[in-house]
Design a protein around this ligand. Structure first.
Ligand code: ATP
Ligand code: MG
Length: 425
């Protein structure tokens, strides 16, 4: 038997209503803030991610699915969404229409060690906002993430953490300070951190290993070494969040795993998730557009892990919405008439399950019961001859004969229109 690749999962019909709900709320809420959806390709030139995400990041060094196509080009499945959106921004010269506000949804691919809440194909919903440099934009974006997460039902368990990662003026001198500190304490660091200490020293600050956490407890932190511009930006952001009464925590050790961030960085964690507790993460990337060859444009964005949201919200199985009608034909001629009648009813907006695979009346009615349909329609030879059907209202057990031609009108009036996509909640 061939099974899914390790770390890759089907999303089965049972879970789909929850996913549709999460996507529908994103569409509605991000729309309130003026964001439009964008759909970018699932694979890009490898160079895009190497340049945008950063050649020394874990993602690019060890997590990408990279392959060469038949023409010999090196391509990679996207490990995240921002690189592609920035590429699209530059490619379409969107700097002429600022601000540009877009959101995306879809699968991402990273070769990581699979565990609960961590997969090799996973899904993100994310937003990117191009144009404003002002912390007002940061505050509005953070308010939007929190509104979304609260709306879907997570309010109680969430913590918003923020930090500032400085800018090209203040980060390099701070980075030197940090490297000097790390050299002194190198023997206490894990192998990974000893390795990345010179190339990506900030990453050491959010290493999850106990020994590293102890070793860096007294390390210098970026927010103590911000330039005046970054200090002002960060304090205005904090002011706006206080104004909005959005609780937050400053985490000076939070750095993001992608190189492109500057100034505002943030993460939303949830207590319900164990080790993989980040549900959303993002930050400012004012230099990335220019770095990718575009007209310099500040930007900020975030991404949410959908599997983790689904884990938090999944309170048991979702039952599929039952059909309005279960159509039970007896015999070949009745099946033909049933197929046509089912189509007529669907054209009127009704949800109809046509019995497939024959069976006695008794077994068909059993299936009708299991489907939880409100009505069953039975057609046999005798009914065909008389041009009628037998209609049974399942909950009441009452049945009546009605004329074939009156079935659509009667059912439409009784059932009204079906509602799509409200299976959840
Ligand atoms: P983590 O620290 O959990 O590895 P990250 O910093 O790599 O997260 P980002 O690249 O910022 O995460 O992605 C944003 C969100 O996407 C994360 O907060 C998380 O919810 C989700 N996510 C990231 N990697 C995975 C994965 N392998 N499987 C499932 N969800 C993921
Ligand atoms: Mg990661």
């Amino acid at each position: 038997m061939i099974q899914t690749v390790r770390g890759v999962h089907d999303i089965l019909p049972d879970a789909i209503p929850l996913w549709q709900f999460l996507e529908a709320r994103a569409l509605a809420i991000f729309g309130q803030y003026g964001f439009e959806e964008i759909r970018t390709p699932l694979f890009e030139k490898t160079e895009l991610f190497a340049r945008a995400v950063g050649a020394t990041t874990d993602i690019v060094e060890k997590e990408m699915y990279t392959f060469s196509d038949r023409g010999g080009d090196s391509l990679s499945l996207r490990p995240e969404g921002t690189a592609s959106v920035v590429r699209a921004f530059v490619q379409q010269s969107m700097h002429r229409q600022l601000p540009w506000k877009v959101w995306y949804r879809g699968p991402m691919f990273r070769y990581e060690r699979p565990q609960k809440g961590r997969q090799r194909q996973f899904h993100q919903i994310g937003c990117e906002l191009f144009g404003p440099e002002d912390p007002l934009a940061d505050a509005e974006l953070l308010a939007m993430v929190m509104r979304y997460l609260t709306d879907i039902g997570l309010q109680t368990s969430l913590v918003l953490e923020i930090n500032s990662l400085g800018c090209p003026d203040c980060r390099p001198p701070y980075r030197d300070l940090l490297i000097a500190f790390l050299r002194q304490t190198a023997s206490h660091l894990c192998d990974d951190c000893q390795n990345r200490m010179e190339r990506n020293p900030l990453r050491v600050l959010d290493c999850k290993q106990e020994r590293c956490r102890a070793a860096i407890a007294t390390a210098p932190v970026m927010i103590d070494h911000l330039c005046p511009g970054c200090t002002h930006h960060f304090s205005r952001l904090k002011g706006h969040l206080e104004d909005l009464e959005r609780p937050f925590r400053i985490n000076p050790h939070m750095v993001r795993g992608l190189d492109y961030y500057n100034r505002t960085a943030f993460e939303v964690t949830s207590v319900g998730l164990g080790a993989q507790n980040a549900v959303a993460a993002g930050g400012r990337y004012d230099g990335l557009v220019a770095q990718m060859g575009g007209t310099p444009t500040p930007a900020i964005g975030f991404a949410m892990g959908m599997e983790r949201l689904a884990l938090l919200l999944d309170q048991g199985k979702n039952r599929p919405a039952p059909p309005d009608v279960y159509l039970a034909p007896l015999g070949e001629q009745a099946e033909q008439a049933g197929l046509k009648l089912a189509e007529t009813l669907r054209a009127q907006g009704l949800a109809v399950t046509l019995n497939l695979g024959g069976g006695s009346l008794k077994s068909q009615m059993k299936r009708a019961g299991r489907s939880q349909a409100r009505f069953a329609l039975m057609i046999g030879e005798a009914e065909l001859e008389k041009n009628v059907v037998i209609l049974k209202e399942m909950a009441l057990g009452q049945q009546q004969e009605i004329r074939h031609s009156e079935v659509p009108g009667f059912l439409v009036n009784t059932c009204r229109t079906i509602s799509v996509g409200d299976g959840h909640r």
